[in-house]
Design a protein around this ligand. Structure first.
Ligand SMILES: NC(=O)c1ccc[n+]([C@@H]2O[C@H](COP(=O)([O-])OP(=O)(O)OC[C@H]3O[C@@H](n4cnc5c(N)ncnc54)[C@H](O)[C@@H]3O)[C@@H](O)[C@H]2O)c1
Length: 559
């Protein structure tokens, strides 16, 4: 630890990482200390000179008594004083959270700030002047709703204007409950070192931050522009700062990236620190000359989603890929049949979904060439008919390899990538009404689809907190090529052809096109619906399966 003095206040400064690397300065919020950055710093310190400090009034830094000492201009002076001390010759990259971000905006919007600040990553803390202008916008009903919603989220700001009581509450009951509050509401496990032992007094002193700044800034806003490149990270489950606060920032910040992180106000740092570190690294690398990553360029403009569809050379897969493309999405298609995939359009790849190594390679290629997908449709599947006892072990393996393992591989390779990226997404698994309707002659097929339904339910429960939706599509009888390739147990080639022709005719008579399934898939992604039966018979079957499984079992016995 070293001490930097700013306006007579001694600030406790902590450094790690290579001294000759670019400096990243982390500014914490309220009621925190530099320890809130532990996870972020641990990752960044591999490549950067990471500096954190306890802001005035917190942790091991001095505690000025006078409320005026907590005004934004002094906090901004502190930031520049630390930057000058730790990186006198090179501008620093600032990453700031909550109140740390509010005070960093003050520094970043000072005239000439770009000479000392190379970039600013702001998490959950707006520029108060920008907020004041945002609130004064033309009062459309929609805008007023957003302002009201933000004010409701900021109830505590009003509460902190009440004299004495907030300090008293912090020093008595609140501090003890804080770790409990964080783990319950923010879903972060209790951890050593956080909150800091000085929490009770930090929280009490920090109330001055609110009292010294909110009223003057909101009632007399100043025009605050900046040339510093700014990345705003918006935690989607933030209880205090709504994404509306990042609206219209282009007016003040010409070089702006706005990105979402599926996390809460504190869990963004305490659970997803690695994601924040990655976002910061992407920006710093890009400003240093590296090409913009896909997620960074998405954060700058409204880039259409990247969609991956497996088994997209025919039927439901092809219709789904083309429906997404028609909405402007960038589409990656794969199929075991390369020519068929190419004929669908989009970026075409030849992949056998049942081959784990091939799926890993496919995912690597997709990430390298196009980025982490936003939507993945695990659709590839094959038909097989045969009663349980007639189905050979080989046939069981073939059906499960494609219909079940193909989906598992897709969910594994792309699900991991989506979870690591932290920006959410959607996985669609194409099962079948056979997943919940037992059919004697579809033993292996129904089993594979029932497993897909269950794995999707388990996966959804696991990844929903990361903003990743999972939908299972249960189509019913759809007119596609599946009947021409379906295999049958215990019959010779000629009999198989006859059965295929019969099934094809029956499905044609049913006349329910794959475009209708594709439309339901797009809808499921938009609404996040979990289980989607498509045809009327699939819908009726699901109702029956839920109401009276015994009836279904009796019916299938006598079928
Ligand atoms: N058609 C229906 O009535 C119906 C009903 C319920 C569920 N489904 C399911 O919908 C999905 C799509 O079927 P469809 O009807 O469009 O059939 P389809 O035969 O028209 O298309 C399936 C595509 O998947 C590809 N494929 C097969 N094995 C593959 C593998 N190992 N790796 C990569 N690609 C592979 C095929 O080459 C084909 O292009 C399947 O999972 C199927 O089980 C279809």
């Amino acid at each position: 630890m070293r001490t930097v003095v700013s306006g007579g206040v001694r600030l406790a400064v902590f450094e790690e990482g290579p001294l000759d690397a670019p400096t990243v300065l982390l500014v914490h919020g309220y009621p925190d200390t530099h320890t809130v950055w532990d996870d972020v710093a641990a990752v960044l310190a591999d490549r950067f000179h990471v500096v954190r400090y306890d802001v005035r009034g917190a942790g091991q830094s001095d505690v000025p008594r006078d409320q005026a000492a907590y005004r934004l201009e002094h906090l901004s002076d502190d930031l520049f004083a630390v930057a000058d001390a730790v990186s006198p010759n090179q501008p620093v990259h600032i990453v700031a959270h909550d109140w740390g971000s509010i005070q960093s905006w003050e520094a970043v919007t000072e005239p000439g700030a770009h000479e000392r600040i190379a970039s600013f990553t702001s998490i959950s803390g707006p520029c108060l002047d920008h907020v004041a202008y945002w609130m004064r916008r033309r009062p459309t009903p929609r805008h007023l709703r957003k302002v009201l919603s933000q004010q409701l989220h900021s109830w505590y700001i009003m509460a902190f204007q009440v004299p004495v009581l907030p300090e008293l509450l912090w020093r008595t009951v609140l501090t003890k409950r804080w770790p409990l509050f964080l783990s319950a509401l923010e879903n972060v496990p209790p951890r050593a070192g956080h909150p800091a032992p000085t929490m009770a007094s930090d929280a009490a002193h920090g109330v001055s931050l609110y009292r010294a700044n909110f009223r003057p800034r909101l009632s007399h806003p100043r025009e605050r522009h900046t040339q510093v490149p700014v990345q705003v990270i918006m935690p989607t489950a933030d209880r205090y700062a709504t994404p509306a606060l990042a609206e219209g920032l282009e007016r003040w910040v010409p070089r702006l990236w706005r990105r979402r992180l599926h996390a809460g106000h504190w869990s963004a740092l305490l659970r997803d620190g690695a994601q924040v570190a990655r976002m910061v690294t992407e920006l710093i690398d890009h400003l240093g000359g590296a090409p913009e990553t896909r997620s960074l360029s998405r954060a700058r403009t409204e880039t259409p989603p990247l969609v991956v569809v497996t088994g997209a050379g025919s039927g439901i897969g092809r219709a789904t890929a083309q429906a997404f493309a028609a909405t402007g999405a960038e589409v990656v298609v794969c199929d075991i049949d390369e020519e068929a995939a190419k004929a669908t359009g989009g970026h075409a790849y030849q992949v056998d979904v049942s081959d784990e190594a091939a799926m890993r390679k496919f995912a690597d290629e997709v990430v390298a060439r196009h980025g982490v997908p936003d939507i993945v449709v695990n659709n590839a599947g094959i038909g097989h008919a045969g009663s349980f006892l007639a189905t050979t072990t080989e046939e069981w393996h073939r059906v499960l390899d494609v219909n079940l393992w193909g989906v598992i591989h897709g969910c594994q390779v792309f699900g991991r990538l989506m979870a690591e990226r932290g920006e959410g997404g959607h996985i669609v698994n194409v099962a079948s009404a056979a997943a919940y309707l037992p059919v004697k002659s579809l033993a292996a097929y129904s089993t594979s689809k029932a497993a897909v339904l269950m794995l999707s339910d388990c996966l959804r429960a696991e990844v929903s907190a990361r903003g990743i939706g999972v939908s299972t599509i249960c189509p019913g009888l759809i007119t596609t090529n599946i009947t021409r390739t379906t295999t049958f147990s215990g019959v010779d080639a000629a009999e198989q052809e006859r059965k295929r022709a019969g099934a094809t005719k029956a499905y044609q008579r049913r006349n329910f096109g794959p475009e209708k399934v594709a439309a339901q898939i797009l809808r499921a992604v938009a609404t996040g619906k979990a289980t989607v039966p498509v045809t009327p018979e699939a819908k009726a079957g699901l109702v029956l399966a839920r109401l009276s499984p015994a009836t279904l079992r009796a019916a299938v016995r006598h079928s």
